[in-house]
Design a protein around this ligand. Structure first.
Ligand code: CTP
Length: 403
């Protein structure tokens, strides 16, 4: 797994810092090239010379950080990195990372790194259990960082507790079990993803929309990008932050979404329509705010059908392009989904039961049945939208291979 990979090992001030030498050796034996960053506190426990000799690479410390040779050392290292591991990570280092600080070489390098990140905490058990540390741990998890569990046992303080640095062999074993490196199955491919619920204007201050949070589409955009694709995310308004590096095209109405998709689709290899598209829009949008009057106890809205974007796309789709849809159903899930797959000429469709409160609209989790044009079907377990997105991207890449 580590063969040919560039691993940056950040070491912070902890009695366990000496064990990081064994960890660096184990990673090298597993095939990685390792470069080390020492915090100022770590440099009081272990020396840069140890790690320079072990790794045959220069070690970055606060004193060697800035040179006058024009090199921005922490950014160069961050860009070089395929995997960043902070081990041992002290409570202070976790707090720096969780808060996005860049006030020393370790935190600046970490912040500049776009590669997958793993934190291996090591600290006194009370420091580990402190509310602030647990809050920082949760923040790191929310940011997509993997945080390993510290070991339980004798601490340097002379009593037992949770906070021990795990044995280096254990750390390597745990790392190998995580799927840290995403296979670049979409490298060189251009993928359009739509997300969120469209808004159809009634008047300047009101619109019709639906419960979509955009989470599924954003997760697909992130997964496609992680797999090496160039991603355009066409998104209705959501509360989410788009994944860094994707091209974002904001839209509101179905008409705007249709226009954004249809102008870009000819240049794309694949389209994933995760947007929850309004099927109807007001016949006319009022120019001024609709007022209530004495006479209008009832207000009748006249709606007209919106364009079916996937059906429009189907008309211009080339044989080497892949289209993926979602089917949001509250009944007859598979029969309706199968019909949509065919009527919209899709290669892949993710069918989900939106009548369940624990999955689908607005939830962090989902469970879908993937239906493919070749008739194959498979159901995912109930899992995070990120996992569903990764599964969808794997299928998308496999279909593109056959085109
Ligand atoms: N879709 C679309 N254009 C529309 C409506 C939906 O492209 N006007 C896309 C959605 O983004 C989704 C797929 O079609 O990928 C299925 O959407 P869904 O709302 O489940 O189905 P509908 O086509 O709207 O059919 P129905 O109203 O019968 O459920």
């Amino acid at each position: 797994m580590f063969e040919g990979k560039h691993v940056t090992l950040t070491i912070s001030g902890s009695v366990a810092a000496y064990k990081a030498a064994t960890l660096a050796r184990s990673l090298q034996r597993a095939g990685a090239t390792v470069r080390v960053v020492l915090t100022a506190a770590a440099a009081r426990f272990v020396t840069p010379a140890t790690f320079a000799a072990l790794t045959k690479q220069p070690v970055l410390t606060d004193t060697t950080w800035w040179h006058d040779d024009g090199q921005i050392a922490h950014v160069e290292l961050a860009d070089w990195t395929d995997l960043a591991i902070a081990a041992p990570a002290s409570a202070n280092l976790m707090a720096q990372f969780a808060n996005g600080l860049a006030n020393d070489v370790a935190s600046a390098t970490w912040l500049a790194t776009a590669a997958p990140k793993v934190v291996v905490p090591a600290m006194n058990s009370h420091m580990w259990q402190a509310a602030a540390t647990q809050r920082n741990r949760q923040r790191l998890l929310d940011d997509g960082v993997t945080v390993l569990q510290p070991a339980t046992g004798a601490l340097a303080e002379g009593y037992a507790g949770t906070g021990r640095f795990p044995e280096p062999a254990d750390i390597v074993r745990q790392l190998e079990q995580l799927e840290l490196f995403t296979p670049q199955t979409l490298r060189g491919k251009s993928v359009i993803v739509t997300a969120g619920g469209t808004r159809e204007r009634l008047d300047p201050v009101r619109f019709l929309t639906n419960d979509s949070s955009g989470k599924m589409g954003y997760a697909v955009a992130a997964a496609a990008q992680a797999a090496g694709a160039t991603v355009t995310l066409i998104t209705a308004p959501t509360r989410l932050t788009p994944p860094a590096g994707v091209t974002v095209v904001p839209i509101q109405s179905t008409a705007e979404l249709a226009e954004a998709v249809l102008t870009r689709f000819p240049q794309a290899d694949a389209l994933v329509m995760a947007a929850a598209v309004a099927d109807f829009q007001p016949l006319t949008a009022a120019d001024q705010k609709i007022k209530k009057t004495k006479d209008n106890d009832e207000l009748i809205l006249k709606l007209k059908k919106t364009p079916d974007i996937l059906a429009e796309v189907a008309k211009v789709k080339r044989t080497n392009q892949v289209t993926v849809g979602f089917a949001a159903e509250t009944q007859n899930l598979l029969a309706n989904a199968q019909r949509k797959l065919q009527s919209k000429s899709l290669d892949l469709l993710a069918a989900n039961d939106v009548s369940r409160a624990d999955i689908g609209f607005n939830s962090d989790d989902n469970q879908v049945t993937f239906i493919q044009a070749d008739g194959s079907r498979d159901q995912t377990p109930k899992t995070s939208k990120q996992m569903i997105a990764t599964a969808l991207v794997a299928r998308l890449a496999a279909i593109l291979e056959t085109k």
